[in-house]
Design a protein around this ligand. Structure first.
Ligand SMILES: [Zn+2]
Length: 422
């Protein structure tokens, strides 16, 4: 048979040894030693490099990405000011420019090997449905290249922001996939609980998953994460709920943190760490010792909770950097969560691949015969090297087609032992 693509000598993430992988008609058709009778239209020699079935970006904000090209500077460096600067810009949003900014980010994400992505989109009376319409248009443009889920994100609150609840239902009807939330941004604990209850009411109406920004604050008295776990169980939504940021968990006393983590495990809630934005914004008003706001990654993992990590912000009023590269976020997370031992580094590679796929409920996310042929060959032999060098992706294959290829001609691995003596 003639293959479309034969990738030789590749180390598949999660398996031992070096294999050849054959692709035809958009699917994996052979994994193992290729026999000489196999012809391929395109043969790529990975020379022992590692490959993953794509990266998963579980938490990004495409509607706000690149907005700092025309936004005021966030002088205080706080989450509050980042949100307030956006109000004037959101009043002047157009669907076209949102779609164009999102598309620029998606093109970069694609070259970095992201094959599945979940983006939040602001839903409030300031921007109305335009941000959602813009992201739905961007999703359509990338339909054949990336699986994109959109989350209706009521950043300004629901109870304290009249009209938002109706807008959330409206955008779900337009094609938004997931119900979002920001329950801490309400005026009282009762309103925060009501915010979460409304999210579940909408999720039940549309049979949708839930993905909330939870307790993105250093306040050790923030309690909405525990309420989310309680209502997840009450609604029978176990496995369908994701909580992002959860910075307050990093400020809780040990006994209460352990109690909440156990509730999260019972509710089978997926957790997303956002090390870039949270390291940048949290603890801004602290004296030393200064809190850094990254959620309790190791403790959640040890309890058996599914934890992934995401970019969150790209060049916006919250965060001035970001290049949609899961290797960069993984590298940051290793530092923020002090994951330096070899098994911990392997876990972080799972966080940007398999754990993210579980949170997004992606079926068949693995290299296996018969599965859709998605494969990203890294310019590294193992996760430690991948995080350390963060080299451009060698090849990105999506649905059996080579869609991105990068080779740095000047990159060399020098063998120092063979360097001439001086
Ligand atoms: Zn976020």
């Amino acid at each position: 048979m003639t293959l479309d693509i034969l990738i030789k000598n590749v180390a598949l993430w999660g398996t031992d040894g070096i294999r050849d992988v054959g692709i035809a008609d958009g699917r994996f058709v052979s994994i193992g030693q290729s026999d000489a009778s196999l012809n391929a239209t395109l043969t790529l020699d990975a020379e022992g490099r590692m490959a993953v079935p794509g990266f998963v970006e579980p938490h990004i904000h495409l509607d706000k990405a690149l907005i700092s090209e025309r936004a005021a500077v966030n002088i205080s460096g706080t989450l509050t000011e980042a949100i307030e600067i956006l109000w004037e810009i959101k009043r002047n949003y157009t669907v076209d420019e949102i779609a164009d900014r999102a598309s620029r980010v998606l093109a970069q994400a694609l070259a970095n090997g992201i094959s599945r992505l979940r983006t939040h989109v602001d839903i409030d009376p300031i921007g109305g449905t335009r941000p959602a319409e813009g992201l739905i248009r961007a999703r359509d443009r990338f339909r054949d290249l990336m699986d994109i889920q959109i989350v209706a994100f009521p950043q300004e609150g629901i109870v304290q922001s009249p009209g938002t609840e109706a807008l959330m239902r409206q955008v779900m009807k337009l094609g938004v996939d997931v119900v979002g939330g920001m329950p801490f941004n309400e005026k009282s604990p009762q309103d925060s609980r009501r915010h979460i209850e409304i999210a579940f009411e909408i999720a039940r109406e549309f049979d949708a998953d839930i993905d909330m920004h939870v307790d993105e604050t250093d306040d050790p008295m923030a309690r909405t994460l525990e309420v989310l776990a309680e209502l997840t169980i009450k609604n029978g939504w176990q496995g369908r709920v994701t909580a992002g940021h959860t910075c307050a968990l990093a400020s809780y006393p040990r006994n209460y943190a352990d109690h909440v983590i156990e509730r999260l495990r019972e509710a089978n809630i997926n957790m997303i760490a956002n090390p870039a934005t949270n390291l940048m914004l949290q603890g801004r008003l602290d004296d030393y010792p200064k809190r850094r706001g990254v959620t309790q990654v190791k403790e959640l993992l040890a309890a058996g909770v599914n934890v992934a990590c995401g970019q969150d912000c790209v060049h916006d009023t919250f965060y001035p950097f970001g290049q949609n590269d899961p290797l960069e976020i993984a590298f940051l997370l290793c530092h923020a969560s002090q994951m330096s031992q070899p098994p911990e580094i392997l876990t972080v590679m799972d966080m940007v691949t398999n754990n993210g796929a579980r949170a997004l409920r992606v079926p068949d996310f693995r290299v296996a015969i018969g599965n859709i042929a998605d494969l990203v060959v890294l310019d590294a032999r193992d996760p430690r090297e991948a995080f350390a060098t963060r080299m451009p992706r060698r090849w990105v294959i999506r649905k059996g087609k080579l869609i991105a290829e990068t080779k740095l001609e000047t990159h060399r691995y020098f063998n120092l032992s063979s360097a001439p003596a001086t």
